[in-house]
Design a protein around this ligand. Structure first.
Ligand code: ATP
Length: 435
């Protein structure tokens, strides 16, 4: 993990939040490559969940909502974790993350306060008066924005159940214990689908989504041996869930742990919002001519957690030959799925020669119209390859002196390091077919 954290900083993926002021607990910023990687993860999620399907529509609801939403959803009363404090050093921990009757991990003493329930929502105020009436919260999940817009979607989009509403957006949780890099942070983006279905069909749809979501993680490139399902025991489930299954990843810092959660939220939220708001959120079923409150299946995954799994799974160290005959060095490569790679290709003139630079910049300009590519002329070609390997760039395109005669370039494959010689005019199609 240390090596990965340092690589992500060095190569501009992830920076600690407010770093010049000693940081801020559990907050990270995405650098130029990080934002590309996150955007690509969100793009493949949206494509799979919304664009390619006929039964899911998108939404982008607000982070701030009427406080009543959180009262009704149960988050004010129940979105809590058990907190205990060490009486000696006053460090606070989430009780259920510590082994039973363990000593304080900070000071080693065993003198704990009783545990109390700590609400994870960040409180804020709306408008110029800061009293109880103006209080509200930063959303801890995007799902509630979907539930309160359920009626709007049904009225405007001619959807028929089963159908889904998908949303990607920020969520905020004032986690008691943070750590393990992007795994547990206090501000993060979530990709959530609420799939509304007939109560009698909910179990079948749950299983369908469970499998769909596992396939998605595998398609991103995560190795199967690092993925598994885990069913929650009844005492462990969130207050709204009748069934929960996690897709777990085998994290190097903690072993198996949640990557994505899939929950059967039943009719809990729509029913509660109908009752509390007085607005009927039932759905008229043409087939049975009855009004029903649908059940909802929710797959929910954090962009940062997915990104962390992708980075861990793709981080590779291997022996590679150097320019010196017979010698080798350790090559660090991020073997990212080309679809996710921040930079799709790097275009390199072999040396800083004006004729080579002109051709290289021409290729760069053309590819840039469709993909995020980079032009790099600084340092030896070997050094430039290594830099791109660490950034996970799948292709390096090198313009050399032969290019002046044969109008061709070499494309180096990141993983095999094999080089293909192809005509300059064929480069865009070559990249298109690979990505
Ligand atoms: P945990 O049990 O780990 O606290 P949770 O069960 O509360 O997580 P969910 O409410 O199911 O998590 O959240 C859905 C998804 O959002 C998680 O699977 C995870 O990918 C992501 N997520 C949740 N909390 C965090 C966090 N603090 N930091 C980063 N990602 C998070």
């Amino acid at each position: 993990m240390e090596k990965l954290v340092s690589l992500t900083k060095r190569r501009g993926f992830i920076f600690p939040g407010s770093e010049i002021y000693e940081g801020i607990g559990g907050i990270y910023d995405l650098g130029p490559l990080g934002v590309e990687l996150a955007n690509n993860i969100k793009k493949v999620w949206w494509k799979k969940i919304v664009q390619e399907r006929d039964d899911v529509v998108g939404l982008d609801s607000s982070i701030l909502m009427n406080k009543e939403v959180w009262q009704t959803s149960g988050h004010i009363n129940s979105f809590t974790d058990p907190l205990i404090e060490c009486r000696n050093c006053h460090t606070r921990f989430r009780e259920d993350t510590l082994p039973k009757s363990s000593n304080c991990p900070t000071c080693g003493k065993n003198d704990w306060t009783n545990s109390r329930m700590f609400n994870l929502m960040f409180k804020t105020h709306i408008g110029p008066v800061q009293d109880v009436g103006s209080e509200t919260f930063l959303r801890p999940e995007t799902a509630q924005g979907i539930f309160v817009n359920f009626g709007n979607i049904v009225d405007t989009m001619r959807v028929k159940i089963p159908f889904g509403i998908a949303q990607i957006g920020k969520g905020f949780r004032n986690e008691i214990t943070i750590g393990n890099f992007l795994f547990r942070v206090r501000e993060f983006e979530m990709m959530e689908l609420e799939y509304f279905t007939y109560p009698a069909q909910a179990e079948k749809d749950f299983e369908y989504w469970q499998n769909e979501r596992m396939k998605w993680h595998e398609e991103l490139g995560l190795s199967k041996k690092n993925l598994r399902f885990r069913e929650h025991a009844s005492g462990e489930r969130a207050h709204y869930a009748a069934r929960s299954v996690d897709i777990e990843y085998n994290w190097p810092f903690m072993g198996w742990g949640e990557l994505e959660g899939i929950a059967n939220r039943t009719d809990y939220d729509l029913k509660a919002h109908s009752e509390a708001s007085g607005k009927d959120l039932s759905y008229f079923d043409e087939a049975t001519k009855k009004r029903i409150i649908p059940y909802v299946i929710e797959p929910s995954v954090g962009v940062g957690r997915a990104m962390l799994a992708v980075l861990i799974d793709s981080y590779t160290e291997e022996k590679a030959p150097t320019a010196e005959k017979g010698a080798s060095e350790t090559r660090v490569v991020l073997k990212l799925n080309p679809k996710l790679a921040p930079i799709k290709a790097s275009i390199l003139p072999l040396v800083k020669d004006e004729k080579l630079i002109k051709i290289a910049k021409g290729i760069y300009k053309e590819l840039k119209e469709n993909w995020f590519v980079q032009y790099d002329e600084a340092g030896s070609v070997g050094r430039r390859y290594r830099r791109q390997d660490e950034a996970g760039t799948p292709y390096c395109i090198t313009v050399d002196f032969d290019s002046l005669k044969d109008s061709a370039i070499t494309v180096r494959d990141r993983d095999s390091m094999k080089q293909d010689r192809i005509k300059i005019k064929e480069v865009p199609d070559y990249i298109k077919n690979k990505i």
